[in-house]
Design a protein around this ligand. Structure first.
Ligand SMILES: Nc1ncnc2c1ncn2[C@@H]1O[C@H](COP(=O)(O)OP(=O)(O)O)[C@@H](O)[C@H]1O
Ligand SMILES: [Mg+2]
Length: 321
């Protein structure tokens, strides 16, 4: 059994009109493995993570099943306690979701350690310092007394990761952990996350809109579009030869070091469908350069073969064969 098993997860938001942010998603994360969810902004990545941990906004509803280490997480009464108890650490997309601005870093980390592990405050403060060292924050002791705004963006993200790790989770949710950072710091944070997973025997579910982030990091990649997983495969396979035109489009939009100077980045034409839009066919069809008439009429089912899965009537690999 996988460490995390998401089955048929659907997230709806109530409002003037109903918005379906996550649409019948299946996803598994094996122990000590790293799965990346990649997709443009608005595809439902954050809501998927929030639904798993019971942290949806008040107008949101999740259905389906999310089993973590065999335990059902959907519908738990006290989401915060459930995450702590279940061993999932969360680095939020917005760092302020991970760290409270008006409280000292040391106090925040220590409090989390007391709550999760039932240790004394004294022991928790020592643990907080150890955790800041673990995320390679130089002069960890000094930072215990600081407020989040006193740290640089990269250091603050390290502190947010430390806050997520202090309960010794088996699984880390990392929602766009490098988006707000400049490129060199991004690379450092990714390296740190990979190292921490190995050191702590931890699994990770990382969410990003940038394919550049996932190579060398993820064992599996799931590509998400308009609330659905449209392709899922071992990372090396997907990076070498994406089957879904959407995955291929996202990959082509990543700048490469070996591009000649002045190379123009390719972008996917058009924009994702309006959330809640009712399209009869493939949701990517209006933007797909390979679309045929059939794509407009019939929604492609998600079909799996061995380790790979894809929802596309005319996957790219098929064309190449
Ligand atoms: N509280 C809410 N009420 C209504 N719609 C929401 C709410 N929160 C998120 N959404 C919608 O859910 C969709 C998916 O959002 P999100 O998961 O944050 O995207 P991503 O993380 O992939 O950028 C978006 O269309 C967003 O507007
Ligand atoms: Mg998001």
């Amino acid at each position: 059994m996988a460490l995390l098993e998401i089955r048929d997860l659907t997230v709806d938001f109530d409002g003037p009109r109903r918005i379906r942010a996550v649409d019948h998603v299946d996803l598994s994360v094996e122990r000590e493995s790293c799965v990346a969810i990649v997709g443009e902004s608005g595809s439902g990545k954050s809501q998927l993570l929030l639904a798993c941990t019971g942290l949806l906004a008040a107008n949101g509803r999740a259905s389906g099943s999310v089993r973590f280490d065999g335990l059902e997480l959907l519908g738990a009464d006290d989401p915060a306690a459930r995450i702590r108890g279940s061993g999932i650490g969360f680095v939020f997309q917005d760092a302020s979701g991970s760290l409270t601005p008006h409280r000292r870093i040391g106090d925040q980390l220590a409090e989390a350690a007391v709550a999760a592990r039932g240790i004394t405050r004294q022991a928790a403060l020592a643990e907080a310092e150890r955790m800041l060292e673990r995320v390679r924050l130089p002069q960890a002791h000094r930072h215990l007394a600081e407020y989040p705004h006193e740290l640089s963006g990269g250091m603050r993200q390290r502190a947010a990761i430390a806050a997520a790790l202090i309960s010794e989770p088996m699984l880390l949710f990392a929602d766009e952990p490098t988006t707000a950072l400049d490129v060199t710091v991004q690379a450092e944070i990714i390296t740190l996350l990979v190292d921490l997973c190995h050191e702590l025997g931890m699994a990770m579910l990382i969410v990003t809109h940038d394919f550049g982030v996932v190579s060398g990091l993820a064992d599996r990649i799931a590509v998400m579009y308009a609330g659905r997983i449209v392709e899922s495969a071992p990372a090396a396979r997907l990076l070498a030869g994406p089957g879904h035109p959407y995955s291929a489009g996202l990959l082509a939009a990543v700048p490469r070091l070996d591009d000649p100077p002045g190379t123009e980045l390719r972008t996917i034409r058009g924009t994702p469908p309006r959330p809640g839009a009712n399209l009869p066919g493939c949701r990517f069809e209006p933007r797909c350069e390979y679309a045929r008439a059939h794509c407009r009429g019939e929604d492609p089912p998600f079909l799996t073969t061995g380790d790979d899965g894809i929802a596309c009537h005319y996957p790219l690999k098929q064309d190449a064969q």
